[in-house]
Design a protein around this ligand. Sequence first.
Ligand SMILES: Nc1ncnc2c1ncn2[C@@H]1O[C@H](COP(=O)(O)OP(=O)(O)OP(=O)(O)O)[C@@H](O)[C@H]1O
Ligand SMILES: [Mg+2]
Length: 275
Amino acid sequence: MTVTPAPLDVGAGTVLKLQGISKRFGAVQALKNIELDVRAGEVMALVGDNGAGKSTLVKTIAGVYTADDGTMVFDGREVRVGSPAEAQQLGIATVFQDLALCDNLDVVANLYLGRELTAPSARGRLLDEVEMERQSWELLRQLSAKIPSVRIPVASLSGGQRQTVAIARSLLGKPKVVMLDEPTAALGVAQTAEVLNLVERLRERGLAVILISHNMADVMAVADRVAVLRLGRNNGVFVVSETRTQDIIAAITGATDNAVSERAARRSREEGSAS
Ligand SMILES: Nc1ncnc2c1ncn2[C@@H]1O[C@H](COP(=O)(O)OP(=O)(O)OP(=O)(O)O)[C@@H](O)[C@H]1O
Ligand SMILES: [Mg+2]
């Protein structure tokens, strides 16, 4: 990880700013010249059709992939993130779609996996189960999470509750940016509402949230702005309160490009018939 010493002026409240990010996999140009900025206390939805580059972008920010080109400014400084661990250390947390929970372990063990709390004892330092359990309850309470017990294996939780545990775990590193890849994709109506409610709690805590979703109703319900990717490129950033769903869908599907090319085709046909 490299962090430039000099702070950069990227605009008030901007936590993360990407400039000219490109990523190629062999012959596939997955991302081309992507620009994105996300502010503290904002939910930025990232939408686009299958293969548009959403997951690639999230993985690039998260340090899973290295961009071929472009810069990333985090918290006012240009950074190069070499691994997911480095991203986490900086304050960029990611909840990947598979959640990566350990089904056989309970909620507390999952939350503290790899960062267990210990306390001194006569036999040396031992796991501080009491403190981990207390902090788990406190975190889940702050998130208004409905988890029946923190001492049951996560295998017995519902999809929404598992998503909640994965998001809560991402917060333990005190991140400034949280990225959620399709958090409601496999959920029913009530569970989706619970997770969207949780996203609002994250915003209240002043986090910058990047939310990937295919569900426009979810996006319109919870996002402040929407960035559209199309074929690996930016295709517009919309302020949700000022935009109709259909305009965002048009940017996703490229209907607006078609409208332009259809107009051009019509014009050339008209010119052809006029001559
Ligand atoms: N590891 C990889 N190796 C080769 N090509 C890849 C790899 N990951 C992604 N791609 C390609 O890059 C493009 C963008 O894929 P990406 O998974 O980022 O899209 P997405 O927007 O997340 O799509 P979806 O909505 O289906 O999840 C696609 O053409 C995909 O096939
Ligand atoms: Mg994806």
